[in-house]
Design a protein around this ligand. Sequence first.
Ligand code: GRF
Length: 211
Amino acid sequence: MKRYVILISGRGSNMQSLLDAGLPGTCAAVVSNRPEAAGLALAAARGIATVAVDHRDFATREDFDAALAAEVGRHAPDLVLLAGFMRILGDGFVRRFEGRLLNIHPSLLPAFPGIQTHARALAAGVRVHGCSVHFVTPALDGGPIVAQAAVPVQAGDDEAGLAARVLAEEHVLYPRVARWFLEGRLALCDGRARVTGETAVTAALHVPQTA
Ligand code: GRF
């Protein structure tokens, strides 16, 4: 059975969608940089090992990175899933787990890397927003994209409404991609994400549509 570790910082809804998905693997641990993260308690209640590596306990980013890498490495994961993990990881961590380190980001990358993606999408006036799952590289939200879900922006959308619709798609997309990886159907090859059995999708999404 393959092993995966989930890294979180907050409420952990993506973590829950992964744990609910019946993935072909064992969740070896949920690790948070915030001891108070609500998701930690949810994972513990499911009988999963939980660990906090509090970034505030470390003098430098490098020290935190090293401690986090040691903790994650201790669980010998085949796959590490960043699920609302809100610390930027240093090169050392990323290189150690490269090719088995995935992240979900709430925008259609490479648009809107970083934070406050929904407000920035609304401010930019885009008609299509969404979420992306990508392999993590040292470039912030810049690694090879595996899969994306497009979410139309509706007239009158506010940040909360748009965020909720994107989050619902995150909860579908991330478990699907994690499953591909754990089934051996997804790999990082020559800097690109390769998915075995990928088929063409021909329909375009037109937003807005009028009669
Ligand atoms: C998600 O939108 C995730 O994409 C982003 O932060 C949010 C975390 O939500 N990085 P949750 O903790 O998974 O509920």
